[in-house]
Design a protein around this ligand. Structure first.
Ligand SMILES: O=P(O)(O)OC[C@H]1O[C@H](OP(=O)(O)OP(=O)(O)O)[C@H](O)[C@@H]1O
Ligand SMILES: Nc1nc2[nH]cnc2c(=O)[nH]1
Length: 179
């Protein structure tokens, strides 16, 4: 798999540092509260594991699965809710955990869903923020790294469902897309 990678952008040590930085910030910001962390599958599973262990709060964790990409490098405009949560978000302080915010469509979908269900507050902690990719206006509150407008894989992020298990975030070689 490493042979398919053009460039490593963030290795495991840098991602751990980002998790520590954001975990500390969240712990301070939510002192005395019991937020609900909502991890967006599949991509956010590794980031969730890292970040949540750096949060020193009575925190609940739920997983939701939505889908926006259908195996390619171009985003579609359609988001589908694949697996919902069971817990009630009414009056809860929710922190959405994402691996990447790109067009923003997935995040907007999530935010609208939670707002409709009566969440008291909704914040977002993302490993990567690709601001240049935005098609809709939405922002993240806690950001690991800002990334350029290029397709990244690894650390939860896939290309055609592979590369999620790379222990770093990197860029695929061009020839991999055309193989
Ligand atoms: O800002 P956007 O353009 O909406 O892209 C961001 C979303 O795309 C990826 O998920 P994807 O739908 O590929 O599903 P996955 O997490 O299961 O890979 C990623 O995990 C984000 O949830
Ligand atoms: N793997 C991957 N998934 C994404 N979803 C939205 N942007 C990206 C990206 O750059 N890489």
């Amino acid at each position: 798999m490493d042979n398919d990678i053009e460039e490593v952008l963030y290795d495991q040590a840098s991602i751990q540092q980002a998790a520590q930085r954001l975990g500390k910030q969240i712990t301070e910001d939510y002192a005395g509260e019991r937020p609900l962390f909502l991890s967006v599958l599949k991509g956010a599973y590794l980031w969730t594991a890292d970040l949540i262990r750096e949060v020193d709060l009575y925190a609940e964790l739920e997983f939701i699965k939505i889908s926006s990409y259908h195996g390619g490098v171009a985003s579609t405009d359609e988001i589908t809710l694949v697996t919902d949560i069971r817990s009630d978000v009414q009056n809860r302080d929710v922190i959405i955990l994402e691996d990447i915010v790109d067009t923003g469509q997935s995040l907007l979908f999530m935010k609208e869903l939670l707002a409709k269900r009566g969440a008291r507050s909704i914040k977002v902690a993302t490993l990567l923020d690709k601001k240049e990719g935005r098609k809709v206006e939405v922002t993240a509150d806690y950001i690991g790294f800002d990334v350029r407008n290029q397709f990244v894989v690894g650390y939860g992020l896939d290309y055609k469902d592979f590369y999620r298990n790379l222990p770093y975030v990197g860029i695929l070689k061009k020839e991999v897309y055309t193989k």
